[in-house]
Design a protein around this ligand. Sequence first.
Ligand SMILES: [Fe+2]
Length: 190
Amino acid sequence: MDALLGPARLVRAARDVAQVLLADLPERWRHTIGVARRAEQVRGTVGPAEGDVLEAAAWLHDIGYAAALHDTGFHPLDGARHLAATGWPDRIAGLVGHHSGAFCVAEVRGLAGELGRFPREVSAVSDALTYADQTVGPNGRGMTFAQRVADMLDRHGPTSPNALAHPRRAPLLGAAVERVERRLAVVLTA
Ligand SMILES: [Fe+2]
């Protein structure tokens, strides 16, 4: 990864990396396309210089599911590790590592220390990435946040780390979704 990539090339490079890594996971790739499209739709909620960072992180957020990247088995962390190892900016690796409240699940899985090596930003960009991920289902279909949470709990099961982290994580995700919706309302009426 060329650290000197310009903004537009950053998004293209992110998409290309994700497409290769997720080639054997068509459902995950369709989800990724949906999340990237959603991120594009909410670009207006982040600063003008940050839209490309948001879109790049959206393309890359689930690359940790790729078999080639499997290490800890916790996809946000495995994705962030790969990005750091291949020269992507710390900010992108941090956004991927911490997407959708991953630190809550990392604590349940005993991986909080490892994940904590990556910067966890709390910003309009991290909110928008969470919003995009939490309003698009496994196959790329649009969902409400409530539908997405219910589907996640159903798929992962009641004793999964995701379910155990849910009481702490869900309010954080819901608050991020609400912040993005408020910002979108401002953008749309401006
Ligand atoms: Fe995702």
